[in-house]
Design a protein around this ligand. Structure first.
Ligand code: KG4
Length: 338
């Protein structure tokens, strides 16, 4: 079975060729980070236009990289939900046209489902397991019984974890995306935790991270670095101080992750493993902290390699392959959902 999958839900244009016997044959990702950096976040219209400019090239590179011709494909998969509407439209229109020309069936892919099963690209994860998905748009916990049977246990009530990193980074002048810079800074002081920010705790599996950016904001205001009225830094924060903020922030998120996983495990002792997926799962410190939590409970832990954590089309191929096996194809008039 040979599949081409296409992903354009946010700010990465991606394509993958996947074989059920040999795995990922090519995995091409064109990141728009440089384009959005200057605005401190993703600008939807620019994202759509960049997808439009690059999608042809990205798909061609994926096919060439795999030494594969369109005729050899069994199906074409495309992410149609959730995401930025204009961005999703580019991928879906492209995939529909390609499928029509090549006479191939289409498979609709849910981006969240692709993240949830991204660990299966490298590991045979046992069921049932719990999946901690943390990205720029989502932070959620899922109870996963099979490819077709998974349900959400808790989600963010406001900001996602990655969003908290991105927004905080903007406040303290670190640029976009915040996650990788925050990790680098925090490692410079060995992830020391001065517990300056509150851990948002409640008795549900839901997350709340918006208070973190507010806590950081008032922290830098009180230290005389930030002017609330002007909404900007008025004094450069010394590197040591920035590192402490970054480190404290990461420890906060790690504690909340462990706390929520414990709650979920208490309610679902049948869980045999935990997976950690999404862009935030690139973070080595958080990977270690989630692994430590899993070890302390005696359950297995799986995390994809970083290139399968951030948005990519390989993770979509895992879902598409399952749907192809079940003959679950998209109707010709299928649409985006967001
Ligand atoms: O999954 P992803 O590529 O895109 C979606 O949001 O769907 O995740 C991007 C998010 C951003 O918020 C970014 O700051 C965060 O992942 N991120 C990280 C790291 N690398 C990316 N957060 C913490 N540490 C990292 N090393």
């Amino acid at each position: 079975m040979l599949l081409l999958t296409i992903e354009s839900s946010c700010d990465e244009t991606a394509a993958c060729v996947y074989s059920d016997t040999n795995g990922v044959l090519s995995n091409v990702v064109f990141s728009q980070i440089d384009l959005h950096k200057q605005y401190g976040g993703v600008v939807p219209e620019l994202a759509s236009r960049s997808h439009l400019q690059n999608i042809g090239l990205v798909v061609q590179q994926a096919l060439d990289g795999a030494g594969c011709r369109l005729e050899s494909l069994d199906a074409i998969g495309v992410v149609n939900e959730p995401g930025l509407p204009g961005a999703l439209l580019v991928g879906v229109c492209f995939a529909k046209a390609l499928a029509l020309c090549a006479g191939k069936p289409l498979i609709a892919i849910n981006h969240i489902q692709a993240h949830i099963f991204s660990s299966f690209l490298e590991y045979d994860v046992p069921f049932p397991h719990v999946c901690l998905l943390a990205s720029g748009g989502n932070t959620a916990l899922y109870l996963v019984h099979s490819f077709d049977d998974y349900r959400i246990l808790g989600t963010t009530r406001d900001d996602a974890a990655g969003e908290a990193f991105d927004k905080t980074a903007k406040i303290i002048g670190l640029g976009y995306p915040g996650g990788p810079v925050i990790e680098k800074l925090a490692s410079s002081i060995n992830f020391y935790d001065d517990k300056r920010y509150p851990r948002a705790k409640n008795k549900t599996a839901d997350f709340s991270f918006s208070g973190l950016k507010t806590a950081v904001l008032y922290d830098v205001v009180n230290r005389g670095f930030y002017d609330l009225r002007a909404r900007r830094l008025i004094k450069e924060i010394p590197p040591e101080e920035k590192a402490q903020i970054a480190s404290s922030l990461l420890n906060c998120v790690a504690d909340v992750f462990a706390d929520k996983l414990s709650l979920v495990y208490e309610a679902h002792p049948e869980i045999r493993a935990v997976t950690f997926v999404g862009g935030v799962a690139c973070n080595k410190f958080l990977r270690e902290r989630v692994a430590t939590w899993a070890n302390s409970q005696g359950i297995s832990f799986f995390v994809p390699k970083p290139s399968y954590c951030t948005d990519n089309a390989a993770m979509s191929a895992i879902v598409a392959a399952h749907k192809l096996r079940n003959g679950s194809f998209a109707q010709e008039d299928f649409d985006i959902a967001y």
